[in-house]
Ligand binder design. Structure first.
Ligand code: ZN
Length: 502
């Protein structure tokens, strides 16, 4: 068989597996958005059956044979051609799946699904000791997984690579270092600033129907295509692409707090626009998929914070907001813009503002790294958490529920995931700077309600590239510089110094 035919066989096989995955995606969306509670046990069986079928297909030995043939063919050249990228990324995926023995995967699934239930209970009772033995088991399993997957320098690299291809612990340490030096100082300046925002503005009465109408209007003006997507309410918001013509976002509404629906929607919209912008003809292959979690987060953060929290954005949208919400009619634009940009150290990561958010991430990254390096024992995690938290934020969390127990990630075995949130912020700042170099004054465009130039720029530079390059390579190609914290630090300074008058 010639290489072209082998490639077509493999591509057909992988696209069918992707189709099965998209069926699971529809069931998963339904489970989180629509399904009545009593459907849960049967739905779990449906999803388990599908995921078993998908796993079996994804680890079929024929894939290994096809790949070996292809790797000796001319289809791997040039290295950034569609076929070369797909072959390289299919290999990566296949190796990851087949390097782990089935017993290890099953044990990991068993331990983490039990741990998630215990974690919920532990968090409710704010009692870390309940969760401790489960986390100890998870850390040792994750270490074994890292050994099996292999790494260049240290086990954490293998975990990170799952979420952010090619990124290493050392590089994340290097990237976070300037943020660690600058952020606490900026936060202290802001705390002692002469001007402070009135955040009660956002806690007035905001009728749900008006919130929904306003969120839809924003999504549409920015570029969300209702022919290819939906917006629905849910408890834990997310974005998901089921097929190229079906990208769905979700949000939540609180009538006494405007932020969650508003900025939650813009955040998920950023994720959705990435998914809508991926090359449709490559759907079901790596060339048609997003390149990393960090890059994904850069898109959501850019629309949420760099665009959606800018004064220029609100110069355009605020009069419309005032038509929607009676609560805002007597509030001047500047008071509103200041309120949505309030910086306030808090215990809970998911409620953090864009400046202190990275401190939450650094804290988790440092603890994960110490755990994986064997420098920290799980039993000592709560005290290590509180110590570091105090050093970064200036106070200690009142209890473990609002401290070490607040996130679901570790109970699910997701160690190495947290850094991608802050990498997203770093990438967003770098991309935004580069976009402004290419497109001129973006704020002048936002003021007129023009978001298409930025969206089209992102489509061409980021979305259309699929997995052609890793996030790290893509940032370097687009911006001319490797990943760096400097643009984010400069952006914070530029934005928050005038707001707070510091
Ligand atoms: Zn996100």
């Amino acid at each position: 068989m010639d290489a072209r035919t082998v490639y077509q066989n493999l591509e057909r096989w992988q696209k069918e597996t992707a189709l099965l995955g998209s069926i699971a995606g529809v069931l998963g969306w339904d489970q989180r958005v629509m399904m009545p509670p009593k459907a849960a046990p049967h739905r779990a069986e449906q999803l388990a059956l599908l995921s078993g079928m998908i796993h079996q297909r994804a680890t079929d030995p024929r894939i290994g044979e096809w790949l070996s043939d292809l790797e000796r063919s001319e289809l791997t050249q040039p290295s950034d051609s569609v076929t070369a990228v797909n072959i390289r990324q299919w290999r990566r995926e296949y190796d990851k799946l087949t390097k782990l023995p089935t017993e290890l995967v099953m044990e990991f699934t068993r331990v983490t699904s039990l741990a998630e239930k215990v974690w919920e209970e532990a968090r409710e009772e704010s009692d870390f000791r309940l969760f401790q033995p489960h986390l100890e088991r998870i850390v040792s399993l994750v270490r074994e997984i890292a050994e099996r997957l292999g790494y260049a320098t240290e086990p954490y690299d293998a975990l990170l690579d799952e979420y952010e291809q090619g990124m290493t612990a050392q590089e994340v340490e290097r990237l976070f270092e300037p943020l660690r030096r600058h952020t606490p100082e900026l936060v202290a300046q802001i705390r002692n600033a002469p001007r402070q925002p009135d955040t009660t503005i956002l806690r007035r009465h905001y009728p749900r129907a008006a919130q929904e109408a306003f969120c839809r209007l924003i999504a549409e003006r920015i570029g969300f295509d209702w022919q290819r997507g939906r917006l629905d309410p849910t408890v834990h918001p997310f974005a998901t692409r089921l097929t190229p013509g079906d990208v769905r976002i979700t949000t939540r509404y609180y009538e006494d707090f405007l932020n969650p629906s508003l900025f939650g929607t813009i955040h998920e919209l950023g994720h959705a626009l990435y998914e809508m912008g991926l090359p449709e003809e490559h759907w079901g292959t790596p060339m048609g998929a997003s390149t990393s979690l960090g890059m994904h987060e850069s898109q959501s953060r850019m629309w949420e914070n760099f665009v959606g929290r800018s004064r220029a954005f609100w110069e355009y949208f605020y009069p419309i907001a005032q038509q929607h919400f009676e609560s805002l009619r007597d509030t001047p634009l500047d008071a509103f813009v200041f309120a949505v940009n309030a910086v306030q150290p808090s215990t809970i990561r998911v409620e953090a503002d864009e400046v202190t958010y990275n401190l939450h991430i650094m804290l988790r990254f440092e603890l994960e790294l110490a755990l994986m390096r064997g420098e920290l024992q799980v039993a000592d995690l709560p005290s290590a958490w509180n110590e570091r938290f105090k050093a970064y934020m200036g106070f200690t969390p009142p209890n473990d529920a609002e401290g070490v127990l607040q996130d679901v990630h570790w109970s699910g075995g997701m160690i190495g995931y947290f850094p991608t949130y802050s990498l997203g912020n770093l990438y967003a700042a770098q991309l935004y700077e580069a976009a402004e170099r290419d497109l001129g004054d973006l704020h002048a465009q936002f003021r007129k309600g023009e978001f298409t130039p930025l969206l089209e720029w992102l489509r061409e530079k980021v979305h259309q590239q699929g997995q052609r390059y890793s996030a790290k390579e893509l940032i370097e190609r687009i911006t001319g510089a490797p990943p760096s914290a400097e643009p984010l630090i400069a952006y914070f300074q530029r934005k928050f110094a005038p707001l707070y008058g510091v």
